[in-house]
Design a protein. Structure first.
Lengths: 189, 189
DNA sequence: GTGATTTTTTACCCTATGGTAATTTTCTTT
DNA sequence: AAAGAAAATTACCATAGGGTAAAAAATCAC
């Protein structure tokens, strides 16, 4: 069942064999989070790789009482402090549930071992590759689009995100203040 | 010899076994480029993965007579249109030699096959992972630093870059105009 | 449901950066 | 070395978005 959800969720990105997803699903443990619950605290090392069944999460970087959101994740997608997971080091990044969420998690050590198996390796490899591509896409948007255009792109990517995620988080993701986002939303609507 | 350079260049990032680098080096073919020579044209599919022995290169995105530089690469580092290589699709990205350069290249098909061998797979996996981490770092800089701070970070990362790479390229990487960079350079020096 | 807290909106002025254009400097080509 | 082309600088005004503050709206806690 979980394996099917996983496969279905990722077939648009890449075709890992069913067997790979079954192997993956075998290691998954269910876990729930409340809204605003901190899943991974800053300056710790990521211990899990999560898949969101329902709800959402955000990756945050804090600097002196301020934060930016580096990415959002919603149902049927992975999330974690991927940088920490890969470097096996603590990072200043925080993973936060933005809504009441149901997820499954696999332990980081299991994730690493999965990378050594022929089938699981495909998932591990492609999750790194797609993560890179999405980050590069974000970089392109930051370099070539206005805040208003970036807002529209985000909204197209996650329709209804403004109903689910606090605007201050969206604003920080866009690289602007909540006030600016509010202005953009009022003039473009 | 090449295997040693490769291993030495990347030991700071990750420890692939000598054998992996020897395997890698076996597939490398030397190639040279003139300054401003287009290595990969936009709207084509990346056919090679390059390692720079001397010189430098940049990845550019064009939009209506304008461009941004998404990344620079110098000697002892890889470069290519990695997104195109991974997706095996054409992209609007251009790879350009920024100086007269000596590189070695391995064919994309060989690179893919390398990912299926136990030793080469480590290099392929880790190149995706480090690429993601560096892109996320760039995103953080764009979201949290001023143009002037980003310039200093870039300069610290690549000392002397301003002597080797045209300022218009550096400015586009920073997300500002050449005029703004000129102003920043004159006031902060 | 009521009060308290947090978030969003609105408004004001300010600053970093953009756009255009002209000038100077540097690089190319012969 | 000279001429031409391209790049960098400077200057001017324009604008997107920031900072602060206060009001309004939404959410939370009891």
């Amino acid at each position: 069942m979980l394996a099917e959800i996983l496969k279905k969720s990722f077939d648009k990105y890449f075709n890992a064999p069913v067997k790979a997803w079954e192997e993956f699903a075998n290691f998954c443990k269910p876990v729930t989070f409340e809204k605003d619950e901190i899943i991974k605290q800053q300056d710790t090392t990521e211990k899990y790789f999560y898949f969101i069944l329902t709800g959402s999460a955000g990756i945050f970087l804090w600097k002196e009482n301020n934060f930016v959101c580096l990415d959002f994740a919603f149902e049927n997608n992975f999330c974690c402090d991927y940088m920490s997971l890969l470097l096996r080091q603590s990072t200043p990044l925080q993973l936060v549930a933005l809504e009441k969420s149901e997820m499954v998690k696999i332990a980081s050590e299991t994730f690493y071992k999965l990378g050594q198996t022929p089938v699981g390796q495909i998932i591990v490899q492609i999750s790194a590759e797609t993560s890179f591509i999405e980050k590069q896409q974000q970089q392109i948007e930051l370099l070539t689009k206005t805040a208003e255009e970036r807002y529209k792109i985000l909204y197209d990517k996650f329709p209804g995100i403004d109903q689910r995620v606090a605007q201050k988080y969206i604003a920080s993701y866009l690289g602007i203040t909540p006030q600016s986002l509010s202005r953009i939303r009022s003039t473009s609507k």
